[in-house]
Write a protein that binds this ligand. Structure first.
Ligand code: T46
Length: 137
C-alpha cells in the first residue's frame, strides 16, 4: 500500500540487539499528546470491527502480533491497509471512517488515542459520516 493523504504510516525505531524493542514518543513519532491507550485481542475472526469515524479523536494503530486488514475512507477515497509489524503504525485522523477486518485469533492491536473515551465522538452511521465529511469540505 502506497502512502498518500488518506494512508499515513508511522515507522517506529526498532532496536534489535537482544530480541527486539520498538518505541514511540511524542511528538517525534506520534503527532499528538497521548491521552488514552487501548488494545484489542481475542477478537472473533468472524466479526469485523470499527465501522465508524471520530469527530475529534486522532489515533495510531499498531498490530503487535499476527496481522489485520484495515479499510480507511475519508468520504472521497477508500483504501485497504495491512498491518503486520509492531513497528509500523497507521495514523487515523479524525473524520476517517475505518473498519477492521480479518482478525486472526492471535491478532493484537494497540491503539494510541489523542482523546479520552467519549461515545459522542463516534459517527457510526456511514450516511451521516458522508454528510458531515462533505459539509466540512
Ligand atoms: C476505534 C477502533 C480502532 C470503552 O469503554 N473505552 C474505550 O476507550 C474504548 C476504545 C472502547 N470502550 C468500550 C465501548 C464498547 O462498549 O468498549 C466496547 C467496544 O468498543 P467498540 O465497539 O467501539 O470497538 P471497535 O473495535 O469497533 O472500535 C475500537 C474503538 O472503540 C474505536 O475508537 O477507532 O477500535
Amino acid at each position: 500500500m502506497r502512502e498518500n493523504e488518506l494512508v499515513r504510516f508511522i515507522y517506529l525505531p526498532k532496536i534489535t540487539d537482544d530480541g527486539s524493542l520498538v518505541f514511540a514518543q511524542t511528538p517525534d513519532h506520534i503527532p499528538f499528546p497521548i491521552n488514552r491507550i487501548y488494545s484489542i485481542f481475542d477478537a472473533d475472526p468472524k466479526f469485523p470491527r470499527g465501522f465508524h469515524a471520530h469527530k475529534k479523536t486522532q489515533q495510531v494503530l499498531f498490530c503487535l502480533n499476527s496481522d489485520i486488514k484495515i479499510i480507511v475512507d475519508d468520504g472521497k477515497k477508500r483504501a485497504t491497509v495491512f498491518l503486520d509489524k509492531p513497528e509500523h503504525g497507521l495514523f487515523l485522523d479524525k473524520m476517517v471512517w475505518h473498519e477492521m477486518h480479518d482478525f486472526k485469533k492471535k491478532t493484537i492491536l494497540l491503539v494510541l488515542a489523542s482523546n479520552l473515551y467519549d461515545p459522542d465522538d463516534y459517527i457510526r452511521d456511514y450516511k451521516e459520516f458522508l454528510g458531515l465529511s462533505k459539509a466540512s469540505g
